[in-house]
Design a protein around this ligand. Sequence first.
Ligand SMILES: Cc1cc2nc3c(=O)[nH]c(=O)nc-3n(C[C@H](O)[C@H](O)[C@H](O)COP(=O)(O)O)c2cc1C
Length: 231
Amino acid sequence: MDLYDVMRTTPAVREFTDAPLPEDVLHRILDHARFAPSGGNRQGTRIVVVRDQGTRRRLAALNEPAVRRYVAQAKAGQSPWNPLEPPSPSAEEIAATAVPEPFTRPLLTAAVVLVVWVDLGLVAATDQDLDRIGLVAGASVYPLVWNLLLAARNEGYGGTITTMAVAEEPAVRELLHVPDRFALAAVVPLGKPVREVTRLRRRSVEELATWETFDGPPLAASSPGQDSSVR
Ligand SMILES: Cc1cc2nc3c(=O)[nH]c(=O)nc-3n(C[C@H](O)[C@H](O)[C@H](O)COP(=O)(O)O)c2cc1C
């Protein structure tokens, strides 16, 4: 596929056929994904490829506490799990919230589940002293995760970045025998999509980029008064 087509048509795939993901295809996907950048090229990402159904069931179960909070907050009109506002639903309300299948089923039905870790001894987290949640460490692992989903799309496969199990990181670490210095970045079910989605709803360039300052004019296809060349 053309690169731009892949970039514009790689959705979150949560429904999979029974088709296997052949080992050589998985290897090719990862062999291309590994060219993603990381801070200082330290390459601290490690991936555990899970096929075992018992392990998947446990991973799916470990999603549940975070999903309950996600769903309860969404129902209450909040942006779920955002770091600026504590959940408005009570702990009891969260505990009583049902877990919708789309949050757990993909882990059971995908051809494989990739559990992605990053070595905290290798990330350069330049925001670690700021008085806000850390972001930069993730930038040394998520480019590779997205690369592998783009490569999967190119091969006719698909998957989703999922992060609910991260809230239960210690239990996932124990389950997969992962050393303490590694942080859980994502759990990615990967398989053959049931249907092809080709239209993604995303903000326009004008809505996401401005010239010169945050409150500057939007970067339009051709903004009046703007030099169209970027030097
Ligand atoms: C950081 C991150 C975390 C996500 N976590 C989950 C998750 O835990 N479960 C899930 O089903 N989807 C998860 N997603 C998928 C998003 O819901 C999805 O990318 C978004 O809704 C856009 O979907 P679309 O590409 O099909 O339009 C996550 C995506 C990102 C980037």
